[in-house]
Design a protein around this ligand. Structure first.
Ligand SMILES: [Zn+2]
Length: 115
């Protein structure tokens, strides 16, 4: 049951494909849940993501704690880009990367990144 959010994150990535999906993982009543967000990047959405701040505020209001950020790489490259790493460090939350093609998830922690 603990892994249910991963199914939701992968499903959302598939829906957004070929654009990048993005979402937030929040804990509510000790259960991790995936909250899909709108990608409002002004750049080409197949290669970048920006979480809609309104979605972020909504999730923040409805969960006990935000514990992670998810986005997808539709090209099936499960490697965090330099800007992903920068964002991870700046936001200081665990980052998850989802592939809508292979259903795989990669993870990186802010303290694994050299500033
Ligand atoms: Zn990325």
């Amino acid at each position: 049951m603990n892994y249910l959010w991963k199914q939701d994150a992968i499903e959302h990535a598939k829906q957004c494909d070929p654009e990048e999906s993005c979402g937030i993982i929040g804990i509510k009543n000790n259960i991790k849940k995936y909250y899909p967000c709108k990608n409002i990047s002004n750049e080409f959405k197949a290669e970048s993501f920006v979480i809609n701040p309104l979605d972020w505020a909504d999730v923040e209001d409805s969960v006990d704690e935000i514990v992670g950020i998810v986005h997808s790489h539709p090209q099936d490259i499960l490697e965090f880009s330099e800007s992903d790493k920068y964002s991870c460090k700046a936001i200081d939350l665990t980052f998850y990367l989802v592939s809508p093609k292979s259903d795989k998830i990669a993870v990186i922690q802010p303290d694994e990144i050299d500033a």
